[in-house]
Design a binder for this molecule. Structure first.
Ligand SMILES: Cc1ncc(COP(=O)(O)O)c(C=O)c1O
Length: 376
């Protein structure tokens, strides 16, 4: 039997909530499930406001608009990330300035950020890779000194923590993804966490096509009208119902994933050390949620052979990001702050092994055994 890289776990229980939403007759946004999910995330994470969106990409685009960027403004982003982290800012005329990652966590290297700051810099968008936190004290301190907005692209790390505090609550803004590859999913979806109360009202307007419809829905105005730019970024209540159901068991999902992560890490340690393969590193104070387990070979050719070896045994392993500073659009629009050797190496040599909460112990043992039989 083949083992996929990811298996989304949408269950009959989730279907029950979806049916409730359908029977309730409210399928557009702003229904009861949207309200429940937004309140749950805000209360759990102590965020001023959570707005469900159609994707993490769209939540990042809302963040770019909330920074009121002008053409030519610069936003510091890691090179090693998903395209949306940079594209969201480029879309509104800003220049993404790429910074390399730390060798150990693959998060943006905080010690390289200051050199990338110019008079045009407006924001820093960090990514907590695999839900392992960036060095937030240093980053927040730098941002304060240079008057920059901090945005956390927390696509991987809902409910992960740094020094006891949830990721997504450090920056003025943070974004989440509920894409089918994420721990908690509704197929496609996202959220914007707003931790600066002064940005809440404009965020609501941006998400509602530039109208003050949110105020109208709260009976604060008797009709709504076009008051700003914006777009259609409201999540359907049908998807919010699935998300609400998934959130009820988020602890179970995350615990199982962390258990799988720990098993990979302990069982592959000797094999990795013997062959010079790097395993993920989790600094003290970081509690992740088992989103990604990855291995880094020394050479890209070893990764190619590894993926083929695993495929031969019907196990799907996949690489992750390609360095954005070297991508066609990154070269065209981006600023490039020095070299990004860590991002380039990860782009060429990193591979992710199967990770999903329904992975059973037999399949996990089979994957580990198959990895151990590979000679790089
Ligand atoms: C770091 C990061 N940011 C943003 C996204 C985009 O998420 P979405 O598919 O919800 O737009 C991803 C996708 O996996 C991601 O890895």
């Amino acid at each position: 039997m083949s083992i996929p890289f990811n298996r989304p776990d949408i269950t009959h229980v989730d279907r029950g909530f979806l049916e409730d939403a359908i029977i309730g007759g409210h399928s557009s946004g702003n229904g009861i499930f949207t309200k429940k999910v937004e309140e749950f995330i805000s209360e759990t994470a102590s965020s001023d406001r959570t707005l469900l969106t159609t994707s993490c990409t769209h939540a990042l685009e809302m963040s770019a608009l909330l920074c009121s960027l002008r053409p030519g403004d610069e936003v510091i982003v890691p090179s090693y990330t998903f395209v949306s982290t940079a594209n969201a800012f480029a879309l509104f005329g800003a220049k993404p300035v790429f910074v390399d990652s730390r060798e150990d966590t693959l998060n943006i290297d905080a010690s390289l950020i200051e050199a990338a700051i110019t008079p045009r810099t407006r924001a820093i968008c960090v990514v907590h890779y695999g839900g392992v936190a960036c060095e937030m004290e240093n980053i927040l301190e730098l941002a304060k000194a240079h008057n920059l907005v901090v945005i956390e692209d927390n696509a991987h790390g809902l409910f992960a923590r740094y020094r006891g505090k949830y990721l997504g609550t450090f920056g003025s803004l943070a974004t989440q993804s509920f894409h089918e590859t994420k721990n908690v999913t509704c197929g496609e979806g996202g959220a914007l966490l707003i931790n600066d109360a002064s940005l809440v009202e404009r965020a609501e307007i941006l998400r509602e096509k530039g109208t003050n419809r949110s105020r109208f829905l709260r009976s604060q105005v008797d009709k709504y009208t076009w008051v700003d730019i914006g777009s259609s970024w409201v999540m359907s209540d049908l998807l919010a119902a699935i998300l609400w159901s998934q959130l009820q068991r988020a602890n179970d999902i995350n615990s199982r994933r962390v258990a799988i992560w720990n098993q990979y890490d302990s069982d592959l340690q000797d094999w990795a050390d013997k062959h010079g393969v790097l395993r993920p590193f989790v600094p003290a104070g970081c509690e992740h949620v088992g989103h990604v387990y990855h291995l880094r070979f020394r050479e890209g050719e070893q990764r190619t052979r590894f993926i083929a070896h695993m495929k031969e045994h019907q196990i799907s392993c996949v690489f992750h990001y390609q360095p954005l500073h070297a991508s066609p659009v990154g070269r065209r629009f981006g600023g490039f702050s020095g070299q990004c050797p860590v991002s380039e190496h990860a782009g060429e040599c990193l591979v992710r092994v199967p990770m999903f909460n329904t992975l059973n112990d037999n399949d996990l043992a089979r994957i580990i055994d198959t990895v151990q039989r590979f000679i790089p």
